[in-house]
Design a binder for this molecule. Structure first.
Ligand code: TXA
Ligand code: MG
Length: 343
């Protein structure tokens, strides 16, 4: 075994030297259009491609390739009955994956796609059990990130129908909001032909709003950047119904989105603890200020990176002063409530 690589056997008893770098999955920074095409081809060939979206990085696989999709579950360590979101390049792809689409869902798609919203719809035959976790619904999203949209369009031009992509982290851990975080979370489980596309920091920083559209009126399953009041004022919907039937939904666990550090909400921080709060709140003596966002948008944008920072710097306890009020603050509180949960 040389320092430059490793010898692997090829046909007819011969061997060749493979460089170490050729044995790892590749990270492509600021991918060019040709590199995005290459990534689309990798997906079509059954490999995994982690890619940026405006919310968090996704770990993508061809949603019609059962073997590729099963690798998502093994890389993430995610229970196989938890459904995946299928990412599509435009609303035009919606009726490939969904049937009986209610008018209100089409209105939502028209208004908020591309964007940080996932619609849960009655599935078509294309959405197999290995995508939906055996449920008769499917989650669909058109992300609003230029690289992601280009990847999806190229993938569809190769005959692909959609890219299944959960957040690119280990099950229950923090979603990655940049390529380095993806690398730290899952690179050891990726294979040589898998790729990570590095498109910089995600502009929103927390996962999409998930809206159940399988009933007579929509219901929010997971809070996000698109808020109840956005939906209510746009559509004058008299009520967003509470969940009327049981949907299996991994973001619905009590514990999720968790760093290694213990997260303490709305306590007074003491010496040695980390502290995340809006900039208007002062840092008590001896407390390690991790981030000071000036508003809720920045709070969401910095949240997961701040918690990762705590872990990297072996800060064992982090006090977070949660933002109050409705809208995005609700989504932030939702993630933090799950992050702080201790069994
Ligand atoms: O912002 C996002 O949504 C990111 C980016 C990559 O698009 N994706 C993401 O995926 O957060 P994931 O798998 O980490 O979370 C998606 C959630 C899961 O809790 C899953 O259970 C739920 O969506 N989900 C997917 N399909 C569903 C379905 N048919 N019914 C109910 N929940 C569903
Ligand atoms: Mg996730």
């Amino acid at each position: 075994m040389g320092t430059r690589g490793v010898r692997v056997s090829v046909k007819s008893g011969r061997s060749k030297l493979v460089k170490w770098d050729d044995l790892r999955m590749q990270i492509i920074s600021n991918p060019t259009h040709d590199e995005i095409k290459k990534a689309a081809k990798a997906l079509k060939d059954g490999h995994l491609v982690a890619f940026p979206t405006e919310t968090v990085y996704g770990l993508g696989a061809d949603a019609n390739n059962e073997k590729a999709v099963s690798r998502i579950y093994s890389v993430k360590g995610r229970p196989i009955d938890h459904p995946l979101i299928v990412h599509i390049s435009s609303t035009n792809q919606l009726d490939k994956w969904a049937i009986n689409i209610p008018d209100y869902a089409l209105k939502l798609a028209k208004k908020f796609w591309p964007g940080p919203m996932t619609l849960i719809l009655k599935r078509s035959d294309l959405a197999k059990d290995y995508i939906t976790g055996g449920q008769d619904s499917v989650g669909l999203r058109v992300p609003n990130q230029s690289g992601a949209l280009a990847l999806l369009a190229e993938f569809e031009s190769l005959g692909g129908m959609g890219v299944a992509a959960p957040s690119a982290n280990k099950f229950m851990a923090l979603s990655p909001t940049n390529a380095q975080a993806v690398q730290e979370e899952i690179s050891e489980y990726l294979e040589v032909k898998d790729l990570i596309l590095d498109g910089g920091q995600c502009s929103i920083g927390i996962e999409s709003t998930i809206i159940d559209c399988t009933g007579a009126s929509p219901s929010i399953l997971r809070a996000g950047y698109i808020t109840f009041s956005d939906l209510n004022t746009t559509f004058k919907l008299s009520s967003f119904q509470s969940q009327s039937h049981v949907i299996r939904f991994s973001g619905n666990f009590k514990k999720h989105y968790s760093p290694k550090a213990k997260v303490l909400l709305d306590k007074v921080p003491v010496e040695g603890q980390g502290f995340i709060a809006l900039s208007k709140f002062a840092t008590p003596e001896g407390v390690i200020r991790i981030s000071s966002p000036t508003n809720e948008l920045e709070f969401a944008y910095l949240l997961y990176e701040s918690l990762r920072f705590a872990d990297k710097n072996k800060i064992l306890e982090v006090v977070v002063k949660t933002p109050s009020g409705n809208g995005l603050a609700e989504a932030i509180r939702d993630r933090l409530n799950k992050a702080q949960y201790v069994d």
